[in-house]
Design a protein around this ligand. Structure first.
Ligand code: ANZ
Ligand code: ZN
Length: 826
């Protein structure tokens, strides 16, 4: 009898699926729709990564299982083909991305088809094709129409040697990834999406979404909601200050003229301890308030801060060693009336809060470090549990739960939350402050000064201003220029393609100029799930009826590296489309689960280590089914695991034995009740484990059942074997199809043959009747599992009221005859 030959089986079934349209989904007619989504890959030139396969297999198992449960399952896949990865690679290889991308996509398709995914390839999307990005541009226009797209000058990373804009991921330790030159910031006009307007909604929905907890936490942190206050500190005009005020002695605040500096603080209760202010180097008021004597030093500091890239700037906030410079100006602390110095330092970021802070070194670590370094006063305004208002501070005292306010005038004695409320109210009363909610979330920069992306669909006209490209003129096609390398102009290479950007204004017909930046790749992927069901339509971005039927996505599986941006942007775009009446839901993914990462023999897989697993080789050697099952077996799916060549053979052996079981099975004898019991326990376990992505335990249970099934080389009964084929099917689909056909003669796909029905009675362990005596007298009988242990039997006996009433106090002795008798001596 023929042994299991995976390559023959897999070839046969891939062909069958093709011929019979097994993976074709009836999108308009199918009943009980279930949309299983997986994060689409960037089609790199290296081909499919085993990590991709790990991710897709986990999603495919969900999809296949749902189909077995009777759903019509849509499990599409596509390619995130636009963007900087593809462009950089093309630049490196000297190939045009438009030439390279379709090649890579074709290679991926070939590899994916061998992996046995239940994908209906009629609904593929490729974000770099005009039939897709036409609608990405449409999405941009929706946001523009809704007033959620706007232009503003903003900083970008700039490599002065390569003379090009760099994405954050191209900046390594403050230097250009390609040439190692320290990166600078440069201000450019860019398009933004006003995602901050949706911050509260994006945050609130997280409470009910069925998502991985880690992903929700990452999103919450990214949105970063802080309740606090804005407080104004006035820098008086020259001549307004008197010596008296400078000493902080005046207690009738007078009306003064000057320059208000507004700070954002989450701790207004500490205002009596604010001993200086800090402005971000980019803060527009620096220019205005800096004293002549300090100008040179301040200018120098600002230039140096500007040389740091955006990533380095963020890390300055937490760096131990702080830098900064005094402006020579002072501001009034509205609580103490003292004049406090105003500094410039890069541990304050321009793009958070107001770009200015009141520094409270007594109670903020960063301020404490700074004040210590620059010998600025440190004042305690919150006492510890000992209540000592003058206890010296050797570090910032940051406890906001036990502390009480001190050195804070009439607010002394309040707790921190009470102080926050009372002082905010007081400041508000005086017109010096206002309670506000602040979000860490920023508006989304859409512009990319690069080539390989969808051109932003607007035209600038001297008369009409910024004019959206009319929808019927979409797509604005990306011109096929060979001159796609970024240059020192700070604008996209498209700004060199005059015959492309010179167009008539859609409104007045005069000569206008296209926007030459392209949009961010994250915009391509922020709506692709809407496109899949309508991927074959060129009249609409997404068909209303199909969208209503298939969305929101029932289950989405993807990597944690996209837990923040991609998922947040997708949610935002969906909310906007909802608000504009294009879709009737505002959360796109009902359920999301993040999968873990694969390592190889205990180490991260990387090309430089030479330990990257090439899926093709493994499919060749072991078969796709074995590789799939092994990938799902090597660890908890949500945590990832270690790929070890030595352990893949164990999985293969399991599939070999399944093959042999179908070959050897009989219908002549009756099924063994003990085997059936194990079978039904396995059916329940696998059926429970799959929806919670616990694939490794599901496989382990099936392997254990296999041991029972073939115990002592016994010949298994058909009814003991075929349900196992159904359980294995989501993991090893080709093999399951083959065995289903051989074992049942059923012409249907195993995926249309249902899921084995769990029978609780068959799964129940054998029960027996146990006589229970107390001091040798029969007091009752209990029904227990045949294999019950003494302690469990005793517990079960004592739960019976009629028996328990004879057992007073701790039993002295217990005599247990398994299967027959329990005697309790008291
Ligand atoms: C005074 C103070 C006293 C503060 C204290 C903290 C503790 P979260 O919670 O993250 O919102 N801050 C405000 N804007 C900043 C900026 N642009 N760059 C750097 N730091 C900034 O942090 C809010 C706190 O971070 C604010 O409250 C402010 O310091 C600082 F005992 O104000 B706090
Ligand atoms: Zn015009």
């Amino acid at each position: 009898p023929a042994p299991y030959d995976p390559s023959a089986v897999e070839r046969k079934w891939q062909q069958r699926w093709q011929e019979r349209g097994t993976n074709r989904v009836d999108l308009s007619g199918g009943e009980r729709p279930y949309y299983q989504l997986m994060m689409f890959p960037y089609p790199s030139a290296e081909g499919l990564h085993v990590g991709n396969l790990f991710a897709f297999t986990g999603a495919d198992i969900q999809g296949r299982h749902q189909r077995q449960l009777g759903h019509t399952v849509f499990e599409p896949l596509g390619f995130d083909a636009f963007g900087i990865h593809s462009e950089n690679f093309a630049l490196k290889m000297g190939v045009h991305p438009a030439e390279m991308t379709p090649r890579n996509v074709a290679n991926f398709r070939r590899q994916l088809e061998r992996a046995g995914l239940m994908v209906d390839w009629r609904y593929v999307v490729d974000t770099s094709r005009p039939d897709y990005y036409k609608w990405t541009q449409w999405v941009f226009l929706q946001l523009l129409e809704k007033g959620l797209a706007y232009k503003k000058r903003a900083a970008v990373n700039w490599c002065p040697k390569d003379k090009t804009v760099l994405a954050n991921e191209q900046v390594i330790a403050g230097a250009c990834e390609r040439c190692g030159t320290p990166v600078e910031q440069r201000l450019l006009e860019q398009w933004f999406f006003r995602i901050t307007a949706y911050a509260e909604r994006l945050l609130n929905d997280l409470d009910w979404l069925d998502w991985s907890e880690t992903t929700k936490t990452a999103q919450r942190n990214w949105i970063g909601k802080s309740e606090g206050a804005r407080v104004d500190f006035l820098v008086p005009n020259d001549g307004d200050t008197t010596a008296e005020e400078e000493a902080g002695a005046s207690d009738n605040p007078m009306v003064m003229t000057g320059t208000p500096i507004t700070v954002f603080t989450t701790r207004p209760d500490t205002i009596f301890g604010a001993t200086y202010l800090v402005l971000a180097p980019e803060h527009p008021l620096v220019e205005r308030i800096t004293a002549p004597a300090q100008r040179a030093a301040v200018d120098d500091y600002r230039v140096r801060a500007g040389r740091k890239d955006l990533v380095a700037r963020k890390s300055a906030v937490s760096a131990k060693e702080k830098t900064g410079v005094f402006t020579g100006a002072y501001a009034h602390n509205p609580a103490t009336n003292a004049l406090i110095p105003v500094w410039v330092a890069d541990y304050v970021l321009m793009d958070y809060g107001t770009g200015a802070i009141m520094a409270v070194p007594g109670h903020d670590e960063r301020d404490f470090e700074f004040a210590t370094q620059f010998a600025l006063p440190i004042v305690r305004v919150v006492a510890g549990p000992d209540g000592d208002a003058d206890a010296p501070l050797t570090e910032a005292y940051t406890d906001d739960e036990q502390g009480r306010l001190v050195n804070s005038g009439r607010f002394d004695g309040l707790s921190v939350p009470e102080g926050i409320r009372a002082i905010s109210a007081w400041l508000e009363e005086m017109g010096q402050g206002k309670a506000v909610t602040n979000y860490r979330l920023h508006d989304w920069t859409i512009s990319r000064q690069r080539y390989w992306g969808p051109p932003i669909p607007v035209i600038y006209c001297d008369t009409c201003g910024t004019v959206p490209v009319p929808v019927d003129q979409l797509p604005v096609e990306l011109p096929l220029t060979q001159d796609f390398k970024p240059d020192d102009s700070g604008v996209s290479p498209l700004a060199r393609v005059k015959e492309w950007y010179e167009v008539p204004c859609p409104k007045c017909g005069a000569l206008g100029r296209r926007e030459t930046d392209v949009s961010d790749t994250f915009l391509d992927s922020a709506w692709y799930f809407l496109r899949y069901p309508s991927a074959d339509r060129d009249d609409v971005p997404f068909d209303p009826a199909l969208t209503k039927k298939w969305l929101p996505v029932n289950s989405y599986i993807g990597g944690n590296e996209h837990a923040v941006l991609h998922l947040l942007y997708s949610r935002f775009v969906t909310m906007v489309l909802h608000d504009m009446g294009h879709v009737d839901f505002d959360e796109p993914f009902t359920k999301f689960r993040a999968h873990g990462l694969l390592i190889r023999d205990g180490a991260k897989m990387s090309k430089s280590k030479g330990n990257v697993v090439n899926p093709d080789e493994y499919v060749e050697k072991w078969g796709a089914d074995t590789l799939r099952t092994y990938l799902m077996f090597l660890g908890p799916y949500e945590e990832g695991g270690d790929f070890r060549d030595a352990s893949i053979s164990g999985v293969r052996r399991f599939l070999d034995r399944l093959w042999a079981s179908v070959r050897d099975m009989t219908t002549e004898t009756a099924p063994d009740p003990a085997v059936l019991r194990k079978l039904h326990q396995t059916i329940r376990k696998v059926g429970d484990d799959i929806p919670r992505l616990s694939y490794n335990t599901a496989i382990a249970a099936m392997m254990e059942y296999m041991k029972t099934l073939r115990f002592n080389e016994r010949t298994p009964h058909r009814d003991e074997v075929m349900p196992l084929v159904q359980l294995v099917a989501p993991f090893a689909p080709h093999l399951a199809e083959e065995l289903w056909e051989r074992g049942t003669g059923d012409a249907r796909s195993v995926f249309d043959a249902g899921w084995p029905v769990f029978d609780a009675a068959l799964a129940a362990e054998d029960e027996i009747e146990l006589a229970v005596q107390v001091n040798g007298k029969l007091r009752g009988r209990i029904r227990v599992l045949k294999e019950i242990a003494q302690a469990d039997a005793l517990a079960a006996a004592l739960r019976e009221e009629n028996i328990a009433k004879f057992v007073t106090g701790e039993p002295k002795k217990v005599i247990f005859v398994p299967g027959r008798l329990l005697n309790v001596v008291v």
